[in-house]
Ligand binder design. Structure first.
Ligand SMILES: [Zn+2]
Length: 468
């Protein structure tokens, strides 16, 4: 396949959720041994917040503002709404234009590769000048399955344009109507591979080899290869003549991240010139893409560092976070229907974190839906502006008793933002690292999830001195 204007990469980003659970802990719950570890979402993280974090990092690395993105392509096996405004929510949180194009690709772990190809095609066809591609997943595996000890979470994002330091090159796809890990309609947890040997010999290896052999003409410097069970990745790496896949340490650090795994295993390798082969599989499809890196891709070095982050968590904490272990007793339901006027009118300012700037005196009032006039001069004309994402703690409180589904301790802070706006937001963590005057940055998190509706907004994250 040739193209007059192949898509080129301007920047990449990666994100991994907060918690790490060891394979040994997961195995011990079922009387088995285990190894390595998996990355798991805290209760306020999910596939969308991970997609936001990776996209934000990629846009910053590429030096691209959200308004300049013409199309967003999001690949995730399981978006937060089974049906609903998934892509619109992600676009709003990233500050993308209301005219942004693109597509949500979903339904299998192959969807990350589909997003990459769709974004590349949009650039090559000229329908988008700048395309944001993001692949993310945070699946919920069945209890006690082998997949439970492998199932990680994460996201990777790529900014594509007509100019950049790496080119999307050769691609090949193999399609066969075979079932691997899947989730039936109405089911909540992903099912594991049924027959490991049958999967290996008649599904996985033939499909992946059909793709890797078609890429054999290329001189590949680094491979990102699928590794569904912790062993097959090394088998494939040996077959392609590689001492070890670039993706191997990523799988070891965070597990199998589903739709995100192929891109996540590749972004760190884009820090060095040469061809990077990205191979992703799932849902009966396997795709390989060659990325020809000419110069180190902005963001690639930072993307490598995210795999080292995270804090240890127990098996029980993982189950609570995934909603597989739920306390008895009363919970406090959200008193407001998600389709109601409050959410309809507040969605843009909450997801996009907007304030109202007075055209007369420049003061920013927040939240704008509660302040129809300027809090400083009383002026009636306020224009929506995206608020600064950095600031300092003006004052704070730590709630030590919270009704379910909220979890104590819950710090809440009043913040003075860099643009002069004042905000009150929840703070990530237990509050021990919060102090008056401390620097914070704002990150997207999930506040609640009720009636099948995720409620997203920004939280303050204390910034350690010297942190990036
Ligand atoms: Zn004013």
């Amino acid at each position: 396949m040739t193209s007059n204007s192949p898509a080129r990469i301007k920047g990449v980003g990666a994100a991994v959720p907060s918690l790490r659970v060891t394979g040994a802990d997961i195995g011990a719950a079922w009387g088995r041994s285990g190894r390595d570890q998996v990355a798991v979402c805290a209760p306020d993280e999910d596939t969308l917040t991970l997609a936001w974090a990776a996209s934000t990092a990629a846009l910053a690395a590429a030096g691209i503002e959200g308004e300049s993105v013409d199309a967003i392509f999001w690949g995730t096996s399981r978006p937060p709404f089974a049906e609903g405004p998934n892509l619109a929510f992600l676009a709003a949180t990233l500050g993308l234009s209301s005219e942004v194009g693109g597509a949500l690709l979903a339904g299998s772990a192959h969807s990350g590769m589909e997003a990459l190809l769709a974004g590349s095609d949009a650039i090559a066809a000229g329908s988008a000048r700048v395309a944001l591609v993001v692949a993310s997943d945070a699946l919920r595996p069945g209890l006690g399955t082998g997949f439970e000890a492998r199932c990680g979470a994460g996201a990777a994002a790529v900014v594509l344009a007509g100019a950049g330091v790496a080119t999307i090159g050769t691609r090949v796809t193999n399609t066969r109507p075979l079932v691997d890990r899947y989730r039936g309609d109405g089911e909540i947890d992903n099912r594991d591979l049924y027959d490991a040997r049958l999967f290996r010999e008649e599904i996985f290896l033939p499909s992946v080899e059909a793709v890797t052999s078609a890429l054999a003409d290329e001189t590949v410097r680094a491979w990102s290869l699928p590794d569904p069970d912790g062993r097959l990745g090394a088998v494939v790496a040996k077959k392609v003549g590689s001492a070890g896949a670039a993706s191997a340490p990523v799988f070891k650090a965070i597990g199998d991240t589903g739709a995100a795994s192929a891109l996540l295993g590749a972004v760190g390798a884009m820090d060095t010139p040469g061809a990077v082969a990205i191979v992703g599989t799932g849902g009966g499809r396997t795709t390989g893409v060659i990325v020809n890196v000419e110069e180190p891709v902005p963001g690639a070095v930072v993307a490598q560092a995210v795999f080292d982050d995270g804090r240890p968590a127990t098996y029980a904490a993982m189950l609570r976070s995934r909603g597989q272990l739920v306390p008895g007793g009363e919970t406090i339901p959200m008193g407001v229907p998600p389709e109601s006027a409050l959410f309809a009118r507040g969605a843009d300012e909450m997801l996009g974190l907007l304030g109202g700037r007075c055209v007369d005196c420049g003061t920013i009032s927040t939240p704008p839906s509660i302040h129809p006039t300027c809090i400083n001069c009383g002026g009636p004309k306020l224009e929506p502006v995206a608020l600064a994402r950095g600031g300092t703690v003006h004052t704070y409180v730590i709630n030590h008793t919270m009704p379910a589904p909220f979890v104590a301790p819950l710090p809440i802070a009043v913040l003075d933002m860099e643009d002069g706006a004042r905000l009150m937001l929840q703070v990530i963590g237990d509050g021990t690292d919060v102090s008056i005057g401390a620097n914070v940055k704002l990150v997207l998190r999930k506040y609640a999830h009720e009636r099948g509706v995720p409620v997203y907004g920004f939280k303050a994250q204390p910034v350690r001195a010297g942190a990036r």
